[in-house]
Ligand binder design. Structure first.
Ligand SMILES: [Zn+2]
Length: 382
């Protein structure tokens, strides 16, 4: 007997060749066991007709070190946003990441990934004062040891190089970034750089980053990828060719419609759409939730297929977990999101008050993690 059947949904997962046709999806022992026309008995059958069944969403940029920082969310809160897997973006550094790891449940450990902050204290005091990013304080050997000890969890190095952080730290944006890349080299891990309001030349920043490193908050309304005349810097196209990953994490104020519009018009699409939610931003405007940000990119002209890749296959690939999650293929872990594609005019506002109007809002209805229902809206109770 099967554990769960989601019946009559529109199955959408381009990676598995599912283009939105109606069908069923069966789950047994935490795995996807059948896709298409499913017959037979199941402990639970949910009629999801009218709704769209997609791979469980991955939020590549999360903050869930809830006991160790001022701003992080509890991991369990992501399910209500349709998220089944999340990667913490540097909330902890080498001094506290083991306390962070020990607080995660077994299921969380299987579905979470972590970027370790190059700064020892991570983002523990964020909201009060920033972390110290001077490379002379980086504990390279300890970070390497931790990366070796937790290879299934620690997947990258995080560094923030904004002016307000370098000033406190007694370093420069480029020196801090160079130091973080040295740590990444030593540990064999990619580096994610939070770059809004960096000091120095974009060309140098792109020179320092290696293929596979993450350029985070790519559509920032602060100093970022636009030149003085407002066009997208040609350096960004070189970054793309070099294999640098472009991540649009929103957060409180790290996303601007003007920048995103110009970039998308120039053909510079994000590789990853992520939330960067904290206690103060989750379910609040302008970021709200991952599916809200996805809807915003639909309004900006991306297709559902493009948007879905940015929250499923691409982050899974970058985190090295695509043989387990990020698709609805049979045999994969049963991490599944059911969405209501609600049509109707919707106006999105960014941190500067700039608006864009869309025609569709993606609303999470059910979140399934390893075959268990982690969240359910009431619309499928009939
Ligand atoms: Zn962040």
């Amino acid at each position: 007997m099967m554990d769960l059947i989601l019946k009559n949904g529109f199955l959408f997962d381009p990676a598995a060749g599912l283009d939105g046709k109606q069908g069923d999806l069966a789950v047994t022992d935490g795995r996807i066991t059948a896709v298409g026309n499913v017959s037979g008995e199941a402990a639970k059958v949910i009629d999801v007709s009218g709704l769209t069944v997609v791979p469980g969403l991955i939020d590549f940029h999360a903050h869930f070190y809830s006991g160790g920082t001022n701003t992080s969310l509890e991991y369990s809160r992501y399910a209500a946003g349709g998220v089944t897997g999340a990667c913490d973006a540097g909330s902890a550094g080498d001094s506290n990441i083991e306390s962070f790891i020990s607080a995660l449940s077994e299921q969380e450990r299987r579905n979470a990934k972590l970027y370790i902050n190059a700064a020892s204290e991570g983002l523990s005091c964020l909201g009060d004062h920033p972390e110290i990013i001077n490379p002379k304080y980086f504990n390279v050997r300890k970070i390497c040891r931790l990366a070796e000890r937790y290879p299934d969890l620690i997947r990258g190095i995080k560094i923030r190089i904004s002016r307000e952080i370098t000033e406190i730290s007694g370093t420069t944006s480029m020196d801090a970034l160079r130091g973080a890349v040295e740590v990444g080299e030593a540990a064999g891990l990619p580096v994610s750089v939070h770059m809004p309001n960096f000091v120095g030349e974009l060309k140098e920043l792109i020179d320092i980053l290696r293929p596979g490193d993450i350029f985070c908050h790519v559509f920032t309304p602060q100093r970022g990828i636009l030149t003085e005349d407002g066009s997208v810097s040609k350096e960004m196209f070189r970054a793309r060719e070099k294999g640098i990953i472009l991540e649009s994490a929103c957060g409180k104020g790290h996303f601007g419609h003007d920048c995103a519009r110009r970039a998308i018009a120039a053909g510079l699409f994000p590789d990853i759409i992520s939330g960067d939610f904290t206690r103060n931003t989750y379910f609040c405007e302008p970021a709200v939730s991952l599916t809200y940000l996805m809807s915003r990119f639909l309004a900006l002209g991306m297709t559902l297929e493009q948007v879905m890749r940015c929250v499923t296959t691409k982050p899974a690939e970058i985190l090295g977990i695509s043989d387990e999650v990020g698709s609805l293929k049979e045999g994969l872990r049963a991490n599944i999101t059911v969405l209501d594609r609600r049509s109707g005019e919707i106006r999105f506002t960014d941190v500067k008050g700039d608006t864009v109007t869309g025609q569709e809002l993606l609303v999470p209805e059910i979140t399934v993690i390893e075959g268990e229902i982690a969240y359910r809206n009431f619309n499928t109770i009939r």
